[in-house]
Design a protein. Sequence first.
Length: 569
Amino acid sequence: MSVETTPRQEASAMAGRWPALLVVLSAVFMQLLDTTIVTVAIPSIQTDLSASFGTVQLVLAGYSLTFACTLITGGRLGDSYGRRRLFTLGMVGFVAASAACGAAPNGLTLVVARLVQGMCSGLMFPQVLAIIQALFGESERPKALGAYGASIGLATICGPVLGGALIAANVFGSDWRSIFYINVPIGLLALVGAARFVPESHGAAGRRLDLVGALLVTTGLFLLVLPLVVGRDQGWPTWTWVLLALSAPALLAFGWFERRVGQRSDADPLVRTSLFARRSFGLGLAISLVFFAGIPSFFFVFILSLQVGFGYSAVGAGAVTLGFALFVAIGSARSSAVVRKLGTRTLSAGTGLLILGMVGVLLTLHVAGTGLHGYQLLPSLAVAGAGAGLFLAPVTGVIIAGLPQRDAGSASGVLATAQQVGAALGIAMAGVLFFGLLGANAGNASSTVTPALQQRLAAAHVPAQQRADVVRGFDVCFADRAHAKDPAATPASCAALEQQAAAAPPAVRTAVTDAVLGHAVPAARRHDFSRTLQQALSWQLGVFAVTFVLVLGLPRIQRANLAAAPAAS
C-alpha cells in the first residue's frame, strides 16, 4: 500500500495515531448507534409527524438499507481516492443528513434524510479499518482492533439506552429530534479531528472504480436487504419474495464478473475473489454474518418485551442492558490477554459465554414469569456481555490477518456488509418468530387473567350479561392486538369494546375501564410477552451455537500472527 503523506504529516501521524483512532471510532460508534437509536422514538415520531407505522418503519429500515448497499463500493472509493477524503466526505453528508432528520417537517422528509444518512455512513465506515491498518504497526494494531470491535459491540446495543435518555431529557423541547441533532456537534468535532490527526492514505496507485462490479453488487444487496428490512411489517407480500429470489442471481453475477476481471492483468476488480480463498477470511465472513444475526435481534425483541410487555420506560428498558454493555467493554479490554493464551479459540470462549448467558436469561424469565424485575437479569446479561466482548474485539484481527494492505478498504467493506446483512436477516427472522408466537400465545395469556377480570367486574356489581360481554370482547380484542402488524392501529374489536363501555352508566363504565385497562390488559400482556420471549430465544441460542461450530473451523492463529501486519501488496 502506498501512503501519500508529506514529512510533516508523517510526523504528525506518528504522534497523533491514538487521537486519530478516537476520531474514527467515534464515527463508528455514531454510525452504528443510528441503526437502533430510532427504535425508542417510534411513538413520538408518529404523534409529532402524524406518520403511519409503515412510514416510521421506513425511517428505521431505510438507513440500514442504504448503509449496507454502499459499504463495498465505499471501501473501494477510499482505496482509490483517499480514505481520509472519503471519510470526511461521508461525515459531512452524515452531519447534514442528521440535521435534516432533526428538522424534518413530515414523514417523507425524514425517510429521505435517513436514506441519505445511511448512504453517507456506507462511505465512511469502510475507511475506518483501512485507516487503522495504515496507522498502527504490529505491536499496537491488536489494541486498536480491539477498540474497534468494542465500539461495534457497544454501539449495537446502546442505541435504545441513549435514545431513551435523550427523549426523556427533552432538551429545548426537541423530544425525538434530539436523537438526530446530537450527531451534529459530534460529527463536527470528528471533522476537525480528522483534519488534524488522520493522514491521507490510498490503496495501490492507479486503481479505478469497477463501475460494473459496483452496479452489480449494489443491485444484488438492494434486492436482498430491502425485503429483509421491510418484509415483516409489510406482511411478506409477493414482491418481497420475488426480490429475494432475484438477489441470488445478481450476487452470483457479481462474483462471476469479479472473478473474470481479476484474471486480467490490467484490470482492477471491486473485490478480489482471491480474498475468499483465504480460509480465515472466507470462514470469518460467514462467522460475522451468523454472529450479527444474534446480537441485534436479541436486543430488538428484548427491549420491545420490556417496554411493551412489562411496561418499562425507554430509559428503564435501556438501563437493564447497561450490565451487558459494561461487560462488553471489560471483555474487550481483557481479550488481548486471553488471545495470548488461547489464540483464535478466544472466539470459542466468547461464544460459549454468550450461549451460557442466553440460557441464564431464559431460565430467569421462566422462574420470574410475569413478576420479572430487570435487576434479576443482570448476572446473565453480564456473562453474555463478557462473551460478546471476547468475541467482538479479536474477530476483526482474525478475519483480516494476512490480507494485502491494498485490499484493506474493499475487504473491510465486505466485512461490514456481512455484518449489516446478518443483522438485517437476524432481526427479520427473529421478528417473524417473535410476532408469530405473540399472536399464538395471546389466547392462553388472556384466558389466564379472565378469572381475575370476572371477579373484579362482579365486585363492581357489573350485571352478569354485561360481564360476559366484556370478557368475551376483551379476549377478542387482546388476540386482535397481538396479531396486528401496526401496534398503533385500533382493531375493530377493540373499538367495539370501547363503544360498549362508553354506552354503560358512569359507574359501570368506570368499573369496566379499571378492570380491563387497569388490570386485565397489563397482566395478559406480561403473560404473553414473557412466554413469547422465552420461546423466541431459541433463535439466539441456535445462532450462537452455529457460530461456535464455525469458529472451530478457523485455522489456529496465535497471538503473534494476529498482531502481524497484513502482507505487502
